[in-house]
Design a binder for this molecule. Structure first.
Ligand SMILES: [Zn+2]
Length: 249
C-alpha cells in the first residue's frame, strides 16, 4: 500500500525533473575539488570543459547538480558496461557528496564509498536528503546528517542476486542501499545503523526516514520487508507501470 511521505513531495516524472540548461552567463564556476574526484582516465574529455558555452557531453541534469555549491558529483564511466549491454546507466555519475542546508548554513552529506548512480537518482537523493533526512536528523538528534554508509550503487546483477529473473534496479544505477546514517562531526558524532538502531529515538528516526523515502522514491525496502533487506534500506527510482503503483514496505 502506498504511504504518504512526511515532508517529501510526490516526485514528478523524470522527464519533468530536468530543468532547461542554464545560460552560460548564469552558470557559476564549479569548485576545483568537485572536478578532481573522478580519475581523469575515466572522465569523458568533454567534462573538462564544463564552463564552455556549450557543455558538450554534460547533461542538463549534471549541469544542474554541479551548479549547486557543495555537490561533488562527477561524470563517470561504469566499468561493467562491456560485460552486459542491459546494465546500462543513463547519464552515469559518481556521487562523493551532496549539499544540504545545515544548521550553521550550507553543509554536505558525503557517501562512503561514493556510489555510481544515474544522474536522475543522484538528483532525487539530493532532494530527499535536504528536504527530509536533514530535518528529521535535526528533529530527533539536534544534529546535522553528515554522511551515509552505502553499498549497491551500480552493480550488473539480477534482483536479490538470483541467477535468473529481472535485472536489479542496481544494474541501471537507479538504486542505492543505505546501511547507516552518520550524524554530527567530531566528539559528538554518532551513527544510526539500519540493522540495529540503538534505542527508541534511533528507531523512530529510521521509521520516519523510511516513511519519507516512500514519498521521494518509487520503491523502498528495508528490515522486515524480506531477508534480503534485513540490514539496509533499499531505495530506487525505477518507474512502475503507473505512478500509483509505488512499492513501499
Ligand atoms: Zn538494493
Amino acid at each position: 500500500m502506498p504511504a504518504l511521505g512526511l515532508a517529501a513531495p510526490v516526485t514528478a516524472p523524470l522527464s519533468a525533473q530536468r530543468p532547461p540548461p542554464r545560460p552560460p552567463e548564469l552558470r557559476p564556476s564549479i569548485p576545483d575539488k568537485a572536478r578532481k574526484t573522478e580519475p581523469q582516465s575515466t572522465a569523458p574529455a568533454s567534462a573538462k570543459t564544463d564552463n564552455a558555452a556549450t557543455p558538450a557531453g554534460q547533461s542538463s541534469c549534471l549541469s544542474a547538480l554541479s551548479a549547486i555549491p557543495g555537490n561533488r558529483v562527477t561524470p563517470a564511466t561504469p566499468s561493467t558496461l562491456e560485460k552486459d549491454p542491459a546494465c546500462r546507466i543513463d547519464d552515469p555519475v559518481r556521487v562523493e557528496a551532496l549539499a544540504i542546508r545545515g544548521s550553521g548554513g550550507a553543509a554536505t552529506v558525503s557517501f562512503e564509498p561514493p556510489p555510481l548512480l544515474s544522474c536522475a537518482m543522484a538528483k532525487t537523493l539530493a532532494h530527499w536528503l535536504d528536504s527530509s533526512v536533514q530535518p528529521l536528523a535535526r528533529g530527533h538528534f539536534e544534529q546535522d546528517i553528515a554522511s551515509l554508509r552505502v553499498g549497491g550503487g551500480h552493480e550488473c546483477r539480477r534482483r536479490n542476486r538470483a541467477s535468473a529473473g529481472p535485472l536489479s534496479e542496481h544494474a541501471t544505477g537507479q538504486a542505492l542501499d543505505i546501511f547507516a546514517f552518520k550524524l554530527g562531526i567530531g566528539a559528538g558524532a554518532s551513527q544510526v545503523v539500519v540493522e540495529k538502531p540503538g534505542g527508541l529515538t534511533q528507531s523512530r528516526f529510521l521509521d520516519a526516514v523510511r516513511q519519507s523515502a516512500c514519498g521521494a522514491f518509487m520503491t523502498v525496502l528495508g528490515p522486515g520487508s524480506d531477508a534480503a533487506h534485513a540490514n539496509h534500506l533499499h531505495v530506487d527510482i525505477q518507474e512502475r507501470r503507473s505512478r500509483a503503483s509505488r512499492f513501499c514496505q
